[in-house]
Design a binder for this molecule. Structure first.
Ligand code: PBG
Length: 319
């Protein structure tokens, strides 16, 4: 069954499609901050008025979903620029929705790009105040929903974040806005390049008091269960490749819940750097990792390779 390409195609168990991918996009408020992200070759930070061309190209490639990250001009202890109705994320979503109704627009809901200390919640007495943060997450989610987001994606790993956001959305009459929860998010060192892109490196300490210990897998099931019970419409495991066992365990435990896996910035930049040095074949390695992530049980993949993968597979039924 491996002798010819056609036989191998017939035997193939896992196929990738452009519609499997969620394309992350960074939108900056400050014009001077736009441009390429040095630690993530091929990734660009756009201003709102640069979005149109990028969106056209995404649609042209057959991609269907976007994950929007906002980088505000002003940061503060209270993250006030996150909850504004005219925040950079809200304006980006409005712009995208005006341009097209063909894309699923997902917004990352976290405070780390908006706080001056870079933590994912408000800080009191040197530590993140979980419950004070929930109110801000709920308010932020409502502004994103009003701007037109299809799904809001809480990524801060605060306890009760899904329930708080669901309640806030319902109270605001946004019953149709869904929640894709970063339910199983590890305190990973693979997020380094992203923190350059999103300006979200914590000024003190680290995120280990709210993100998961990479040593734990059973705990992932507890995290997933909590978020499903609080009303998550889809859940996520993050990072992806170093955590394929977790992807598989979560899928097996909750087979009827949509599962996303996030191939994070460090996973991307490792491949890009090795390819630039001539040590790896970028296209072959990227496709192998994406196939592995889907094979492990992910229904959708957030990846910085989304555009490249769609491009590489152009004209082919599956990639
Ligand atoms: C914000 C957030 C992070 C990522 C997505 N949302 C960074 C972090 O938790 O430090 C990481 C994404 C990536 O590395 O590509 N909380």
């Amino acid at each position: 069954m491996r002798r010819t390409p056609a036989l191998r195609d017939l035997r193939r168990e896992t196929r990738l499609f452009p519609a499997d991918f969620i394309h992350p996009i960074f939108v900056v408020e400050d014009r001077a901050a736009a441009g390429p992200v040095a630690s993530m070759p091929g990734v660009t930070r756009y201003t709102i008025d640069q979005l149109d061309r990028e969106i056209e190209s995404i649609i042209g490639l057959g991609l269907r979903s976007l994950l929007v990250f906002g980088i505000p001009a002003a940061k503060s202890p209270t993250a006030y620029s996150a909850i504004a109705a005219d925040s950079v994320v809200c304006r980006a979503v409005e712009r995208i929705k005006k341009l097209t109704d063909r894309l699923v627009v997902i917004t990352d809901v976290c405070l780390c790009s908006y706080t001056d200390h870079g933590h994912c919640g408000v800080v009191a007495g040197g530590a993140v105040d979980n419950d004070a943060t929930l109110d801000l997450l709920g308010r932020t989610a409502v502004t994103h929903a009003r701007a037109g987001a299809d799904l809001v994606a809480p990524s801060g790993m605060m306890d009760g974040m899904v329930g708080a956001m669901r309640a806030a959305l319902d109270e605001a009459g946004r019953l149709e806005t869904g929640i894709l929860s970063y339910a199983v998010k590890y305190a990973s060192s693979f997020y380094g390049p992203f923190r350059d892109a999103a300006e979200s490196t914590p000024a003190f300490g680290d995120r280990r008091s709210y993100q998961m210990d990479p040593a734990n897998a059973a705990e992932a099931l507890a995290e997933a269960r909590l978020d499903i019970d609080e009303g998550a419409d889809a859940i996520m495991v993050k990072p992806a490749l170093p955590y394929l066992d977790v992807v598989r365990r979560v899928k097996d435990a909750f087979p009827d819940v949509s599962l996303a896996a996030y191939q994070v910035s460090g996973e991307y930049s490792c491949i890009k750097a090795a390819a630039a040095a001539g040590w790896l074949d970028e296209r072959a390695v990227a496709m192998e990792t994406l196939t592995a992530i889907k094979r492990a049980g992910a229904d959708m993949i957030i990846t910085y390779f989304a555009k490249s993968a769609a491009e590489w597979g152009k004209g082919v039924g599956s990639l």
